[in-house]
Design a binder for this molecule. Sequence first.
Ligand SMILES: [Zn+2]
Length: 232
Amino acid sequence: MENFTRRNFIGKAFKLLTGAAVIGMIPNSAEARIDPRKIGELRETPLSQVETKNLSPFDLPRIPKFQTLDELEIASPHLKFVDSMTLRKYTTAIVVHHAGMTRNEDMSLGAIHQIHLNNGWAGVGYHFVVHKNGVIEHARPIERVGAHAYKHNRYTVGICMTGNFDIGVPSYEQSLATEKLVVALCDHYEIVPSYDTIFGHRDLCDTSCPGQNFYLRMPELIQNVGEVLNRG
Ligand SMILES: [Zn+2]
């Protein structure tokens, strides 16, 4: 029922955003021409082809306090992009991803950047990467249109958690850092957390991302984020 409702919403939202989508089709960068199947994932797996291993469930940590984007500790490694990328005109939603590699292991932002460059993109398609040890890194400049959720990049910010949550679960530190980042982004962009504003990639595209084990925790994520924002 929940999926049905969300799909309905997405259908409506898509119609409303048709204007933006048309603008998005103008081929002003290599990314406009890339294969949609390849967008946004290091290893894109259609949802229908995924074999989820049912692992022990985990709870998301409770977020101890509200922190703004400026207050959060976020590393800013120097990355070279091949073009300047389009400015995003508005930001109304957040998309959570997993890296989706063969193993549920950490990987460097540099490696993700290189894989996306090899796809012919401007560089890493996500705006943030959250590592297993809880370190958050800036990836693609936050104000630029990302390359992480086909047809939904014009209005979203993309967060990638390293690992594969179809076969594993995130660490405590990684979950907490992701929650804190979502809180800070909601605050920054004045996004009210809900099923209509905080998405797992699979809500928008045919992919298993962010992995079944994390996707099952998305309602909890939205709830935890809402609580912290209301607490202030
Ligand atoms: Zn994804």
